[in-house]
Design a protein around this ligand. Structure first.
Ligand code: FAD
Length: 106
């Protein structure tokens, strides 16, 4: 059976790590590829109700892809939306780079 929690933890790890390695000054092509990736991700994510909520989030909150910090914050806010839905604590997005780029341990 699908472990929605383990899948979620590893997926957020992947998504935040992708944003932490996104360019500071992305080209138009890099922005367009990331937009497509997020769209496709929201279609193929193996937890179907998670996927459809994420797809709706993408529709209502267009990904901010102009720089690494913009994208990292957007991803943090997307994650906070799910945290709120699940009654989990939200994360202070001013610390997203500390958590996912410069590193402190979980
Ligand atoms: P996680 O939420 O997995 O977080 C992992 C770590 O990320 C945390 O320990 C913390 O250090 C850090 N973190 C927390 N919040 C943020 C933030 N805002 N920004 C940056 N870092 C942060 N589960 C459901 O039950 N229903 C759903 O509808 C659902 N939708 C999901 C949609 C997506 C796109 C994804 C990737 C996951 C979804 N999940 C859903 C899974 C859920 O979000 C959690 O991953 C899962 O419940 C495990 O939670 P956790 O408490 O271990 O920490």
């Amino acid at each position: 059976p699908l472990d929605v929690e383990a899948l979620g933890r590893s997926s957020w790890n992947l998504l935040h790590t992708i944003s932490a390695n996104y360019p500071d000054k992305p080209s138009n092509q890099q922005q367009s590829e990331m937009r497509q990736f997020l769209q496709l991700f929201s279609h193929i994510y193996p937890c179907s109700w998670c996927a459809s909520d994420f797809e709706k989030y993408l529709k209502d909150h267009s990904p901010k892809l102009g720089s690494r910090d913009e994208f990292g914050r957007w991803m943090c806010e997307a994650h906070n939306e799910v945290n709120s839905k699940l009654n989990k604590e939200t994360f202070d997005c001013n610390f997203w780079q500390k958590r996912w780029k410069d590193g402190w341990n979980d």
